[in-house]
Design a protein around this ligand. Structure first.
Ligand code: GLN
Length: 191
């Protein structure tokens, strides 16, 4: 199980640790060469505008898009969710997303007062709540027909799945709880 974590910017290091603790071979992805032999990919939190620029300058934009189109399992968290969405409101005019999951999101949509908060989430398929850490998180404003909502806060989806693409508005790598990553590995490597 070789899982790549996009390591151009942001909170990639903790994802690598959580995945390794779960028994996966976790590698940092900075080049198309790094991407070539991974069997799943994590797009971490950080700053989606910066990551979007770095995807272009690193030459990774096309290879990542191609792998996703070929069915690569992908987990996107926070900025990673923004990078996987269909449409992004309040983005920078030059930022681009992969359109890998049929969601419209609003960057920093929870507003300034509550731009960081924590919430215990009831997640479909998990017995106990998952403690979600939200940091300048995107708000999901539209959910496409093919998208399954796995958790919500005040009626707003915060964990969604479409096929083998999973996105979280929060930072699952920061809770000392590996269940979201574990579920992603199950989904990615199920026979
Ligand atoms: N607000 C950030 C963005 O627009 C995302 C924040 C995060 O990833 N914690 O990319």
């Amino acid at each position: 199980m070789k899982v790549g974590v996009l390591a151009l910017q942001g909170a990639f290091a903790r994802h690598v640790r959580v995945l390794a603790d779960l028994g996966a071979t976790a590698v940092e992805v900075r080049t198309a060469g790094d991407l070539a032999d991974v069997d799943a990919l994590v797009l971490p939190g950080g700053e989606s505008t910066t990551m979007s620029m770095l995807l272009d300058s690193s030459g990774l934009r096309g290879p990542v898009a191609d792998r996703i189109a070929d069915g690569l399992p992908v987990l996107g968290t926070c900025a990673g969710m923004i990078l996987l969405a269909t449409r992004v409101a309040d983005g920078r005019s030059d930022q681009r997303s992969f359109g890998a999951i049929d969601l419209d999101v609003r960057r920093n949509g929870y507003g300034r007062q509550v731009d960081s908060f924590e919430a215990d989430l009831d997640v479909t398929g998990l017995d106990e709540p998952f403690h979600g850490v939200f940091i300048r998180a995107p708000v999901v404003e539209r959910v496409g027909d093919g998208v399954e909502v796995l958790a919500a806060v005040d009626g707003q989806p915060v964990l969604c799945r479409q096929g083998r693409v999973v996105v979280a508005a929060f930072h699952p790598e920061m809770s000392g709880d590996d269940r979201i990553h574990g579920r992603f590995l199950d989904l990615a490597f199920a026979a």
